[in-house]
Design a protein around this ligand. Structure first.
Ligand SMILES: Nc1ncnc2c1ncn2[C@@H]1O[C@H](COP(=O)(O)OP(=O)(O)OP(=O)(O)O)[C@@H](O)[C@H]1O
Length: 258
């Protein structure tokens, strides 16, 4: 199996008012191609910080992250930013859509940015076609011209998934992607993530929701800046054995002190 992401002895320390907060303490982590891994744990245990440091959004204090066989610490800020734009996609609970643009324009924006920076073989019309294809696939094509205030939370989060996929990333990073949604919309978004993962995209997702994590392949449990354990569930096929997966995950989470 090929490793897409490898973090070794990862440390992240914040200094606030001269006091040191060791948020990540020697974390080791490997994600292989095609894996769907959830990160759970108590509030403040460092889950989001882990996601931001391994994806190069935040610099490490110590340790190493190798993404797609490149060490992030050996790259300049610009190179890390280019790598994020081309190879990584991001989905957040606070969706961070631009209010003055339509749903469609929000989706194509980073596609155009990648063209501008890299001048690769794609044209604007290829980006437009990709946006169109993704919006149809995720069932939101009718919202293309809408203002972002004119669509439901579930539609907006599906638009965020389209935006994250516009440059065909090899990996998606999702921080509480269902956190702001009702349970029906959350399940729809999760079903899309599972489908995207089955098509080959590696996913790392932070979630507080056991039902959401139960559909990933593996769950990591963080406490106080370290990974305390992992629970392997295997690949989920829609509609199959979800109850048993939820039961086994709940039992394990209880053992971990959740
Ligand atoms: N930019 C920052 N500057 C200073 N401290 C920070 C910063 N970001 C996070 N922290 C601190 O790092 C710790 C871990 O935060 P983080 O958001 O990673 O936890 P989390 O497990 O994702 O929490 P939650 O489940 O509540 O979202 C917290 O103590 C937080 O206050």
């Amino acid at each position: 199996m090929i490793a897409v992401l490898e973090a070794t002895n990862l440390c992240k320390t914040y200094i606030v008012n001269k006091s040191q907060n060791n948020v990540l303490r020697n974390v080791n982590l490997t994600l292989h191609e095609g894996e769907f891994v959830s990160v759970m744990g108590p509030s403040g245990s460092g889950k989001s910080t882990l996601l931001y440091t391994v994806s190069g959004m935040d610099r490490l204090t110590a340790g190493e992250v190798v993404f797609d066989q490149k060490s992030l610490s050996g790259l300049s800020e610009k190179e890390v930013s280019d790598l994020r734009l081309r190879k990584m996609g991001f989905i957040f609970q606070q969706m961070h859509m631009l209010g003055n643009l339509s749903v469609y324009d929000n989706i194509i924006l980073s596609g155009y940015e990648a063209l501008k920076r890299n001048g690769n073989s794609r044209s604007r019309s290829d980006v437009n076609q990709q946006a169109d294809k993704l919006m149809r696939k995720l069932g939101i094509i009718e919202t293309a011209g809408h203002d972002i205030t004119e669509v439901s939370g579930g539609q907006l989060q599906r638009a965020c998934i389209c935006r994250a996929l516009i440059n065909d990333p090899i990996m998606l990073f999702a921080d509480e992607p269902t956190g702001a949604l009702n349970s029906k919309a959350a399940q729809e978004v999760l079903a899309e993530l599972c489908r995207i993962n089955r098509e080959g995209t590696t996913i790392m997702m932070v979630t507080h929701d056991m039902k959401v994590a139960a559909q990933s392949d593996k769950v990591l449990y963080m406490v106080d800046g370290t990974i305390q354990g992992q629970h392997i569930l295997g690949k989920y096929s829609e509609g199959q054995g979800l109850k048993e997966r939820e039961q086994s995950l709940t039992k394990w989470l209880m053992e971990m002190g959740w």
